[in-house]
Ligand binder design. Structure first.
Ligand SMILES: CC(C)(COP(=O)(O)OP(=O)(O)OC[C@H]1O[C@@H](n2cnc3c(N)ncnc32)[C@H](O)[C@@H]1O)[C@@H](O)C(=O)NCCC(=O)NCCS
Ligand SMILES: Nc1ncnc2c1ncn2[C@@H]1O[C@H](COP(=O)(O)OP(=O)(O)OP(=O)(O)O)[C@@H](O)[C@H]1O
Length: 304
């Protein structure tokens, strides 16, 4: 851990006396959040989305924009883990999130690369910090329960208090579609009930994390209401994404022969229609974070 990383954890949590352990944990959780978003970025093929290979349906950003954005977020995820560890209320977490959004926009020249991820992975990092402060080990159940218990009421309020300017708000007013705020207020059901079981099942069967992430991404696209897709493609575009992704999974997903060509077909189709399931990409990053954080203890966690 660098001296700068150490200085970003203001004080040890009152429940957890060992400051060095707390600092190591927050630094490890922060790095894991950035790595999870990096794993999403480098995954290919991803229908309509930016990767190292191409920019999918996007003209204003490419993998370099995402890398600059990720670099700007490295201290944010550490800070929000520490805030969760210290028992911060939602308003404090929100202040960190708003500052991270500003830093991301400064790093990308005003392009929104990680707005949803700042919110979603940020809340997960805060929950990881909270669990570590109690001396427990993270598990999907503990993360979900912590999100609900510590910040559930405030997240419900955040879902109701929509800013009329955002794309998500415009979509909510036009379609019967929920978005990032509702997903978070419900304790990330798309991550815990849909993507994580799919990722784990494919990984157990194949032992190949790339295939597991592909299946998890397609499960998310088949299931969720993605405001990025609704904003550009309306209800017809959203139906197309869900049907195409469900068809890929029905054909056997990433376990079936010829899966890569089928995934590339969907990529080309979405690019033709200028559609990009950015919400599913964010939740894939969140799923990777949950999976890794619960797989083995992070440095600094009790027993690690
Ligand atoms: C809740 C957030 C993501 C804003 O959501 P909203 O729908 O209002 O805005 P916007 O359309 O700009 O962003 C939505 C983001 O969520 C992702 N997304 C889209 N659909 C979904 C979904 N169903 N589930 C999860 N994420 C989704 C998109 O990729 C996009 O990045 C958050 O940025 C926020 O609360 N902003 C307000 C300022 C703030 O309080 N920030 C700090 C919060 S800790
Ligand atoms: N690999 C990825 N490729 C594309 N989008 C991603 C990727 N990973 C995450 N995203 C999410 O998708 C969003 C991309 O936003 P997008 O450009 O589709 O919409 P916008 O900037 O809100 O508006 P517009 O539709 O006008 O471009 C980002 O905020 C990010 O949260």
């Amino acid at each position: 851990m660098t001296p700068l990383e150490r200085s970003l954890v203001p004080s040890a949590s009152p429940l957890h006396a060992d400051a060095a352990h707390d600092q190591a944990f927050c630094a490890a959780a922060g790095r894991l959040a950035v790595r999870s978003l990096y794993e999403e970025l480098v995954l290919y093929p991803k229908p309509g989305l930016v990767s190292l290979i191409d920019s999918g349906s996007h003209q204003d950003m490419d993998a370099r924009t995402f890398m600059r954005s990720l670099f700007s977020l490295r201290h944010y995820f550490l800070r929000i883990t520490a805030a969760g560890m210290a028992g911060a209320c939602f308003d404090e977490l929100k202040r960190l999130g708003i500052r991270a959004e500003r830093e991301m926009l400064a790093a990308t020249g005003g392009i929104n690369t990680h707005r949803g991820a700042i919110f979603c992975l940020g809340m997960l990092c805060a929950a990881l910090g909270r669990i570590a402060a109690s001396g427990a080990q993270p598990s999907p159940e503990a993360l979900r329960a912590t999100l609900r218990r510590e910040w559930g009421a405030a997240l419900m309020g955040h879902a109701d208090a929509r800013d009329a300017q955002t794309h998500g708000a415009i979509v909510a007013s036009r379609h019967a579609a929920s978005g990032a705020r509702e997903e978070m207020a419900l304790g990330l059901p798309s991550v815990f009930d849909v993507a994580l079981p799919r990722l784990q099942a494919t990984y157990q069967r194949s032992g190949d994390m790339r295939l597991a992430r592909i299946d998890a991404l397609f499960a998310l696209m088949a299931h969720m209401s993605d405001t990025n897709v609704y904003f550009r493609g309306g209800a017809a575009g959203a139906d197309m994404v869900r049907e195409q992704a469900a068809g890929f999974l029905q054909a056997g997903g990433a376990a079936a022969a010829g899966w890569e060509e089928r995934a590339l077909d969907m990529h080309r189709l979405l690019v033709r229609h200028r559609l990009s399931p950015g919400g599913a990409a964010d939740l894939l990053g969140a799923t990777c974070l949950v999976h890794e954080a619960c797989r083995r203890p992070l440095p600094g966690a009790d027993g690690a």
